[in-house]
Design a binder for this molecule. Structure first.
Ligand code: R1P
Ligand code: URA
Length: 288
């Protein structure tokens, strides 16, 4: 079998993978990802035991146990460019034999849950609620470089929003959705999540410029296709789902809604709200 070149798959002298600085034994098969590196310890403080702490750039990893369940929590920093590195390197850690740089015969599928923050696009999804993304719609450029399926949803967005580019649409794990969506909690909403390549103009925020896309927020809010609307804006989900589908991992993105973009309300305590989502996920995920 052909081996992957030293510049395509860079391994550090200590045997760890280039950016994450992790060796295969340093990660669990169930991984929680967060954007903010400071949020890693907000998750790992609930672990009964932490046996590994590694950090490099924005990628901070803690691995340990809750009861008998081994878990890792890793921060990605902001944006799908970081998710591209994170997902490729996590996949290589389990599906490539690093010493020989060859793809393993047996495929390992990771369970990956993003716990992030997000802004809601519908008045019916209030601040301090939760969105569990069924779809991720990528407005970023990853879809130009990785195979992404043709999507009538993305085509409808292009035409209704009058965009001169086509987004890509990918889907989260049904297995993790069924496990983690709390249908008894009225604050849980199913999501068609728009992943933006920026926080300001790509999310309809206007500071000291005239944005190229006019009335973007209103257009996001009013979009509808086959009974589905766009629910929320953030900056990673579509990237995660693209690699979940491409590389065969179970991936789910869950967002604490900290801003209601239609009513202009911001959460009074976004940290507490996000930590409450972390607690709910940890209670359910330990059975995996
Ligand atoms: C922007 O403030 C960041 O917050 C959201 C967005 O996706 C982006 O990363 O997620 P996190 O709170 O996980 O970072
Ligand atoms: N994160 C985002 O990307 N957008 C928001 O409005 C809030 C959090």
């Amino acid at each position: 079998m052909n081996s992957i070149s030293e510049t395509d798959l860079i391994i550090n002298p200590d045997g760890s993978i280039y950016h994450l600085n992790l060796r295969p034994e340093d990660i669990a098969n169930t991984i929680i990802t967060v954007g903010d590196p400071d949020r890693v310890e907000v998750v790992s403080k609930y672990f009964d035991k932490i046996d590994k702490k590694v950090s490099k750039r924005e990628f901070v990893t803690h691995t340990g146990y809750i009861g008998n369940t081994r878990l890792s929590v890793i921060s990605s920093g902001i944006g799908t460019d970081n998710v591209e590195i994170l997902m490729n390197e996590l996949d290589a850690l389990v599906n490539v034999d690093l010493p020989t740089r060859t793809i393993k015969q047996e495929h390992t599928s990771l369970n990956i849950v993003r716990i992030g923050t997000s802004g809601s696009l519908q008045e019916s999804i209030p601040v301090d609620s939760y969105v569990v993304s069924k779809r991720g719609i990528g407005f970023d450029a990853l879809g130009h470089f990785y195979p992404t399926p043709t999507s009538s949803f993305s085509e409808a967005i292009q035409s209704q929003l009058n965009l001169d580019f086509l987004s890509y649409t990918s889907f989260g794990s049904e297995k993790l959705y069924d496990l983690l969506f709390d249908d008894k909690n009225p604050l849980y909403f199913e999501g068609n999540t728009v992943t933006c390549p920026g926080f300001y103009a790509p999310q309809g925020r206007i500071l000291r410029y005239t944005p190229k896309q006019e009335n973007l927020l209103q257009k996001f809010n009013q979009f509808s296709f086959q009974g589905s609307v766009l629910t929320n804006l953030e900056m990673e989900t579509a990237g995660y789902y693209l690699f979940g589908e491409l590389l065969g991992h179970e991936v789910l993105s869950m967002s604490a809604i900290v801003a209601s973009r239609m009513t202009h309300q911001f959460s009074k305590n976004p940290e507490k709200h996000t930590e409450s989502l972390i607690q709910q996920v940890l209670e359910k995920i330990t059975g995996l």
